[in-house]
Ligand binder design. Sequence first.
Ligand SMILES: Nc1ncnc2c1ncn2[C@@H]1O[C@H](COP(=O)(O)OP(=O)(O)OP(=O)(O)O)[C@@H](O)[C@H]1O
Length: 712
Amino acid sequence: MDPLKLLSRSTRLRAGRQHAQHTTPSSGDRAQPKLFPPVEDTPKISKKRKRGENMPPFSDDQPGCLDFFGVAVKSNTRPAVESKQDAVQDREEGGPEPEKSRAPSSAPVLPATTDEEARAVLKQHKLKVTLLNPTSSQTKQRRKGGSGRSGKMERPALHPHPLMSFKDTRGRFGISSRLAANLNEQGYSVPTEVQMGALPILLDASEQYLGHDIPLSAETDRRSSPNLLTVAPTGSGKTLAFMIPLLHRVQSRRHRDQHPTRTVCAIVLAPTKELVGQITNEGRKVTKGTGVSVTQLRKGMRLRPTRLSESKAKDTSSPNPTGGEPTVVKADVLICTPGLLHSMLNDEHNPAQDALADVRDLVLDEADVLLDPLFREQTLGVWHRIVSPRLSVSLWSATMGSNIEELAISTIKDWREKLSMQNRETVPEAPFVRLVVGLKDSAVLNVEHKLIYAATEQGKLMGLRQLLHPASTPQGAGASLLPPFLIFTQTIERAVALHSELLYDIPAEAGGIGRIAVLHADLSDTARDSVMTRFRKGEIWVLITTDLLSRGIDFRGINGVVNYDIPTSSAAYVHRVGRTGRAGRGGGVAVTLYSKDDIPYLKHVANVVAMAQKQEGSSNKDAGLQQWLLDALPKLSKQEKHTLKKRGIESRKSRGKDTNPRAARGARISSKAGFVRQAENNHRGAVLGSQRRAQAEALSDAGDDTEFAGFD
Ligand SMILES: Nc1ncnc2c1ncn2[C@@H]1O[C@H](COP(=O)(O)OP(=O)(O)OP(=O)(O)O)[C@@H](O)[C@H]1O
């Protein structure tokens, strides 16, 4: 088997075997993908446990950690919880389940943890849960008697009981046997940190997690699923964390309503087509046989109207822009980019103006990008078209600025007020919870970060070639990378130029030009799909791309990321390097090449690297980023940061050649000397000239019957 066929996310995983075949460094040998060390390695926690009475040892090696709460399971709270859950399940699924699909009597049941145990586990796994919309009285109390920092609003902490094994999802939250079986079949047994924290919050909207700490206000609707904002590291399993609750709710609703026609019940928005495709694929794998349909919205499709307007819609259906009959979306869960859905909803020929009438779940994956000015209008446009008072919104990313948090709070408030006015009755307020895993906005820890100074553009190209051909470099002289890896550039032009420069660098015996490819937004959808598939299959070893692939994309077993052009924000760095070291795998390398032009803009990258190294507790001080370098790098003002994020490094933009040809020449990606390029240009000009002359002669020979074909 080709060892590079590891990238394929669609590879069927089997329980207990999912990492067995991985042989490249970044495939790692971790049995389960937790990011933070198990309790045995954490002296602080074990010390605490000695003091605690009922805290049995927790080991990540225990599959599913079913014994974790072994002592407490015997407690008399268990039967009550069990019977309550059965009742909820029966109610949700429209009556008692047939015997065969019920959990067997030996099925895991709700671990009856105490609040104290839950707190210890949350702390151990670096999970922090906060209520973002406390009642005004709670806020005041905390201001007075709280931390003492007057005027600073302190939000109350929550302590949901974490999920220790996917087996518990059925007994504890009543997810269907089919959904549970699919998770098991895909090899998911132990939840990652984000799943441990988010699943109980989203699957159990009641007293389970909120009642302990926070008496909610009278107008807060306890029955609503809470709104959730999650910040968790790249590759930590956020997709599954939002997919399971969403699919569970859709499935329960379908059972309960017994409605034959499908209308969209849930929407997942993501910024790129590639990510949309990946989420759809993941959703389909876990919904197999559940009757829930997960669909990727594509151009030329038509949204299905709700029942009310269906008959009216039949006469006014809009033509398919790609020709032929438009495909009507028959989906329970719709996954799409905000731009496409927004334009479809605003199309005046669209007969399905109320297509989102049944939507009760909205997920914003990579929420900080979706709420960035670039996508904000479309994202909020879709959000405001949803009219269900029971809407539950969740926002997910590895990086989330405080401005995004504030924007989310204000949008939820505006949306609720608007809906209350429209409906002429108060829409109940759902709790808005924030879950943070680890340190916010930081790079994943199991990746080795390298910053390499290359002085000039040509130096960067040479540095990259050394990475591609480590054998030609004296041992220890530089970084080396094992394919497959990704190379990021700032612009499409530079990605294309770098691709043509490196095209012949991989020897024919190793696959030649087929091993290296470029992917960017100017390619057709088919070309983009084909490159993605070939990279996932391991046919392509080096993929040059722009920030198009920097977010969300999950290539298993990718060994490294090269920032050929430095990222334009710390968030961009976190996401780019997060394409390696996924699901807890070690061995990934992130190399950032920088020239002297980059030095003014390097600080944000250096800060993230320094933070990651500090968190990791790098034992080798020389390997880490030197403090003098950090101190020497200039700091950007807020305005400069904003401009850099928006426009990138000016000299690398192709437009530079009109305004500043010299700078543009300096930024050109080429290893050829100036005189060689000039000779090539002269030759190209001569060939073009002779072709033109030949054309002109042919035209004059053709005589008067030739039609005027425009000026040459
Ligand atoms: N519980 C689990 N056990 C084993 N593997 C898991 C588990 N949950 C997720 N994974 C795997 O981890 C990888 C990363 O998951 P995912 O793409 O959801 O990460 P993410 O947090 O969304 O990353 P990003 O921030 O880059 O979007 C995937 O290959 C997924 O199959």
